[in-house]
Write a protein that binds this ligand. Sequence first.
Ligand SMILES: Nc1nc2c(ncn2[C@@H]2O[C@H](COP(=O)(O)OP(=O)(O)OP(=O)(O)O)[C@@H](O)[C@H]2O)c(=O)[nH]1
Ligand SMILES: [Mg+2]
Length: 547
Amino acid sequence: MSGESNLRYRLNKRLKLASRRSKNSKDENKKFESTLSNDGKGKLKPMSFDRKTKRIYAEHGGTNEEVTSSGNAKAPNRKISFKKGQNQVKDDVKAQTNKKKSPRSIWVSSKIENSTTETKQSYRKLKDAAERARASNRTNAKEVDEMDVGGTGLLKKRSKGKLKDTVDSAWASNRTKTKGIDEFDVGGTGSLKKPSKIKSDKMKRLDQCQEKSPYVSISKSAKKNVRGRRALDDDSEVLDDQPKRKKRVIRIDRHDTSNKRLDDGIVINKSAKEKEKDLEKKNEMSRNAQFRAIQPSPSILTYVEDNLLGRRRLIELRRAGYNIELSAPLDNIPFSTSSERERIEDSAFRNKLTFFAAAKSSSSFPPPELPEIAFAGRSNVGKSSLLNALTRQWGIVRTSDKPGLTQTINFFNLGSKLCLVDLPGYGFAYAKEEVKDAWEELVKEYVSTRVGLKRVCLLIDTKWGMKPRDHELINLMERSQTKYQIVLTKTDMIFPIDVARHAMQIEESLKANKSVVQPLMMVSSKSGAGIRSLRTVLSKIARFVKP
Ligand SMILES: Nc1nc2c(ncn2[C@@H]2O[C@H](COP(=O)(O)OP(=O)(O)OP(=O)(O)O)[C@@H](O)[C@H]2O)c(=O)[nH]1
Ligand SMILES: [Mg+2]
C-alpha cells in the first residue's frame, strides 16, 4: 500500500505540474499576442530581443515550451495528455495548437486582423463621406436643373461636371486606402467593391437621376423642337420664296434699242446728232480700211528696212550683230562691243550737251547766238528722249513716262555749233488746263517769232498718228514760214509695214505744205533705229554756221 500511495502521490504531483505548466504557457502566449498585435490604439509594437530569439528558435522547428522550460525539455507531451481528463485534454490540445503556431504566423495573422478592422473602419468613413457628397451634389444638381428654365442644357452639364469632379476628388483622396480595402476583403462577402466599379455605379445612378428629371427631357426636346422649327422655317422660306417670285413683265420701250430682239418692226426716229455719230463710225471704219489700203512708196519701205525700223524681235537684232545690252543698240555698228562703239560721224553731235537756259515766257528767252533746232510735239511723244539719243548723252535731259514733265522751254548748247531746244508738250498732260494753255501759247509764240530758229522737229507718235493739235501747229508754222520736219517716234511699238503706212499717209497729207522739210524721219530712241539718219540730216544745219 505504501508503494501504491507513493505512486499515486507522484502521479498527482506530475499532473499538477503539468496543469501549472499549461496555465503558464497560456498566459505567456496571451501576453505575447497582446504586445505584438495591439497596444489599445491599433498600432503595432516592435518586438523585444528575447521574442526575436524565440522566433528564430521556433523557425528551427522547436516550440516555445521546449526552449523556455528549464527541466523537461525532452519530455514528450503526449504522455501527459494521455492521462488527463476529457476537458482538460481539449484545453491542452488547444494550447498545443496555439503553441505549434509559429510566432511569425501569429504576428501576420494578427496584423491582418488589425489591418482589416482598420481598413474596414476607414472604408466605412469613406463611404459615408462619398454618400454625403453625393447627397449634397444631388441637391445642387436638382437646384441647377430647376434653374435651367431656358432649356439650354448648359447649366445641367456644368452641375454634372461638378458632381463628377467632387466624386472623383473624394475617390482620389482616399484611393490609397481603398486599394488596401480591396486587398484585405478577407470576409469574402463581396461587399467591398473595387473603386472603379463603385464609380461607374455612381455615374450610372447619376445618369438615371438626370434621365428621370423632367427638365433634362424638356431641354432635349426643346432643342429638337428648335432644330425642327428651323428646318421647317427654312423649308417655309423656300416655299414662300417660290410664289413670291414675280413673273417678268417685259415692257417694250419704243426708243430702247439696246435689245436687238425688240428692234423688229419698230420704227426709230433718229435725231440729227445720232445720224452724225453713225456717219462718224462709218468714217472711222473706213479710215481703218483706208489705212490698211495704203501702199507705201518703195523709198519709204527701203528706208524702214535699212534702218531696222518697226517692231523687231531681239533674236533678229542679235542675229544681225547688234549688241542688245546697249541702250539704243541699233545706233551702233554691227558686231562691235561698247568699247568699240561707233563714233558719231557728224561732228556737231560729238560735242557736249549743256543746259544753259529755261524760259517760261518769251521775255525770258536767251539771245539767239547759235542756230536753233527745236523739238515740238504732244506730251509724252518722246522729245526729251530723242535729245538724249541724238547726243548719246543719257540723263542730260530729264524724261518721264508721265506726260507733262517738261514745263518750260529748255535751251541746250551742243558745243559752239548748235542749240537744241526742248519744248513743253501740248495735248494731254498732268497739269491744269490754264497751265497747259499757257504752255501751248508759249510754244506757238516761240515757233512763230523766234529769230535763229532753223528747224522745228515735229514729233508724232507713230502709233497714234497726227492729231488736230499737230495740224494746228503745222498751220501756224506754215503761216510764220518756220521750217519744220516731221519725225515719227516710238517706231519700235508697231509693225514695220504700219510704220511705212503712217509715213506715207503723213507725207501725202502734207504734200501741199511749203514749209515742211523732206524727207519724213522715223526714229526709235529706245532701239536707236533711224537716229543716225536724223543726225545726218540735222548736222547739215550746223555746217553752214561759221565756227
Ligand atoms: N518704246 C519707246 N518708248 C519711248 C521712246 N521714246 C521715248 N519713250 C518713252 O516715252 C516716255 C516719254 O518720254 P519723254 O522723252 O519724256 O517724252 P516728252 O515728249 O519729253 O514728254 P513731255 O516732256 O511730258 O512733253 C518715256 O517713258 C520714254 O521712255 C521710243 O522711241 N520708244
Ligand atoms: Mg520732255
